[in-house]
Design a protein around this ligand. Structure first.
Ligand code: GAL
Length: 372
């Protein structure tokens, strides 16, 4: 694209991408309606690129979003990338080739996905980062997510309260910390939220990590990251720590597990150790098997992010853009290149006391699946 065309496209982006069709090269006449002011909803194509479908949440995200968008009459291309960055890039490229007016991307690696997002954008698509931010590129128009720092805070606050640190108990309590995938920008924000709550107790000595696996500072969060948020990787990590530091009867009071897969790996490691108790174990996503573990007293809490709401708000964002209206955002996130207008939803802390109210009564999960 030459400079004047680039400038025209940038301007068009500001006035709701009104001329996205002209910014691409290879798209057909209908798609040229460009997501905006399209005559018929069926002229609008939305590509959805999800990172994987091993984790229930991404299947739900994909399905909910597809249903919402198809309900509005749009054509939807949904793909899951099996946690392979190359596959995700080619799937996105494919969506662009098929004339997607929008691509909604939950990246595997927020940085590695940049060139694919750029290709889609230069082909005329509006790029929406879904749940995870796309880093180091201008090709990220919006970010639709939950309040990611708040998620980490809820986990930290839960541990503090449950141990009684906020009501004067001094411990010292033994805690083990893990963070999410080093490739996922979210993982940093989750840890930042948790650390903002836990760090003061490390400083005054009421929390200690016998393994010494504590980041030197926030920027060092990847040093305790679990690659791909993988349950098995988390289980191996926790088995190592348990065998090395807790095998002579030392009590493990709490584990900061940033999502449900890592929580499940932790529960499995505790089971393998044959302990007669479970430490406080946090989580995130309210996956069915984890909710059942909460009810059974194995995992202690999870942070519930209603994927239906995320799908709703993302679909509503797209609909606004299709209609040429300005979408309502409530925050911005900097991706190292720009401040990305963002929509942040509210996460909810769930333990066995409010499982029924939050998850079952709201229809997110059945009583039978929750083990109630
Ligand atoms: C994060 C996401 C979490 C969790 C995790 C593993 O980016 O925000 O909800 O699912 O990935 O997939």
């Amino acid at each position: 694209m030459n400079n004047w065309k680039r400038a025209v496209c940038a301007l068009a982006g500001i006035v709701m991408l009104a001329s996205v069709g002209a910014c691409g090269g290879s798209r057909g006449a209908t798609a040229g309606g460009g997501g905006v002011n399209a005559k018929n909803p069926s002229d609008v194509t939305v590509g959805i690129s999800m990172p994987e479908q091993q984790l229930e949440r991404w299947r739900l995200d994909g399905d909910n979003l597809k249903k919402q968008l198809e309900g509005k009459g749009y054509k939807v291309l949904l793909q899951f990338a099996d946690n392979k960055t190359d596959l995700q890039a080619s799937q996105i490229q494919n969506m662009a080739n098929q004339g997607a007016n929008f691509v909604v991307i939950a990246s595997i690696d927020g940085t590695a996905v940049g060139p694919a997002a750029e290709a889609a954008k230069s082909n005329g698509a509006t790029v929406i980062a879904y749940d995870r931010l796309i880093m180091n590129t201008d090709a990220c128009d919006y970010y639709s997510t939950f309040n990611i720092t708040e998620v980490g805070k809820l986990q930290g606050q839960y541990i503090v309260k449950k141990l009684g640190l906020d009501s004067g108990k001094k411990g010292p309590f033994n805690i083990e910390l893990m963070t999410g995938s080093p490739t996922d920008n979210n993982a940093k924000y989750y840890f930042q939220g948790s650390w903002s709550v836990l760090e003061p107790y490390f400083k005054n000595g009421s929390l200690v990590s016998p393994s010494g696996r504590v980041p030197k500072n926030l920027e060092d969060w990847q040093s305790i990251g679990i690659q791909n948020w993988d349950r098995q990787n988390a289980q191996s990590e926790m088995e190592n720590r348990i065998n090395s530091y807790y095998n002579s009867g030392r009590h493990l009071d709490a584990v900061l597990a940033p999502n449900d897969a890592i929580a499940m790996g932790t529960v499995n490691a505790v089971d393998a150790a044959g302990w007669n108790y479970y430490p406080i174990i946090t989580g995130q996503d309210a996956e069915k098997a984890n909710v059942a573990n909460i009810v059974a007293g194995k995992q202690t809490m999870t942070v519930y992010k209603d994927t239906r709401k995320l799908a709703d708000s993302t679909a509503a964002l797209i609909e606004k853009l299709v209609k040429g209206q300005k979408p309502k955002t409530n925050d911005t996130f900097n991706n190292n290149n720009k401040d990305v207008p963002s929509i942040l939803l509210k996460p909810v802390s769930v333990d066995k006391d409010n499982v029924k109210k939050e998850l079952v009564d709201s229809g997110y999960i059945s009583a039978a699946n929750a083990g109630l």
